[in-house]
Write a protein that binds this ligand. Structure first.
Ligand code: ZN
Length: 291
């Protein structure tokens, strides 16, 4: 699933490539992806309209068209957007395509057919499922340390990995960057938010900004076409069995509420506060990982 660094890259590219261009034709090959909130088919409604702006909001990309119409994508697990310039060959499993006035084409591809394309009047964009219920935008000035402390307090009984991955709390950190953020902050993914010290909460807040800025720079630096997911810079995600880049300990994978999470057991030790303190209860052996 594309995450913020990928989406910022796609947004910047599309804003440059599409703004001012107009749609000449639309082809819908997989209607199952399309949520048309207007009263006519999009093949009839969209030609002749031009692109005004492209915005990213959490996992969504909003393409504003002339006449106060919005097209909003949620790429979900496997959706990709391709901008196919004249003479370039198409890639991926095309579900919806927009032909543009410069001979290029925008294509929404998804072999899993899980991606969504919402088409609606701008006034109705907020009613798109999950679009209006996104939490605080982690790239916005509203994401302050004070705000984050409030969110952590409100989610005290949840594991930190679950909390930062909840798009109604923070908009938005997916599975890959949630692991990277916790690695950067040196916090065990199963730590309960309410058990984080003030110092750890501060580290976690800083890590979100640092990791997103770093991820965005790495995706930008790779400079691939927008349909390509750039992941090779990630330090722990999908690196089970590989050495931690910081300390060399073997990276571990565990499930947290049905999601795989990758972490370094040395850099991110389980908090003592998660367990009974055996030294004060008369036990002689520390539990595993407590050495
Ligand atoms: Zn380590």
């Amino acid at each position: 699933m594309p995450e913020i660094p990928d989406l910022v890259y796609i947004r910047n590219y599309l804003a440059g490539a599409l703004t001012g261009r107009s749609i000449t034709a639309v082809e819908v090959k997989q209607p199952v992806l399309v949520r048309n909130m207007l009263d006519s088919p999009i093949e009839e409604l969209l030609p002749g309209r031009s692109f005004r702006e492209v915005e990213q909001r959490g996992p969504f990309l909003r393409m504003g068209l002339s006449g106060e119409i919005d097209m909003v994508t949620n790429l979900m697990l496997a959706g990709r957007i391709q901008h196919q310039r004249k003479g370039e060959k198409p890639e991926g499993y095309m579900c919806v395509a927009w032909m543009l006035d410069d001979g290029s084409a925008l294509r929404l591809c998804d072999e899993k057919k899980m991606a969504k394309l919402y088409v609606c009047r701008r006034a109705d964009t907020g009613s798109i499922p999950r679009y209006g219920t996104q939490g605080v935008d982690i790239l916005s000035p509203e994401f302050t340390k004070e705000k984050f402390l409030t969110l952590v307090a409100a989610n005290a009984r949840r594991q930190v990995r679950v909390m930062i991955n909840d798009h109604t709390v923070l908009s938005a950190i997916g599975n890959a960057y949630a692991d990277e953020v916790l690695f950067e902050a040196r916090i065990h993914p199963k730590t309960f938010s309410g058990r984080l010290s003030r110092e750890e909460t501060g580290r976690l807040y800083e890590a979100i900004g640092t990791v997103m800025t770093w991820g965005t720079a790495m995706v930008e630096k790779a400079g691939r076409p927008i349909q390509v997911k750039v992941r090779e810079h990630l330090k722990v995600r999908n690196r089970k069995g590989e050495p931690c880049p910081r300390c060399g300990t073997t990276i571990r994978r565990e499930g947290v509420r049905g999601h795989d999470t990758f972490f370094c057991p040395s850099c991110q030790p389980p908090s003592r506060r998660l367990f009974i303190d055996w030294r004060t209860t008369g036990g002689t052996t520390a539990p595993p990982g407590e050495g």
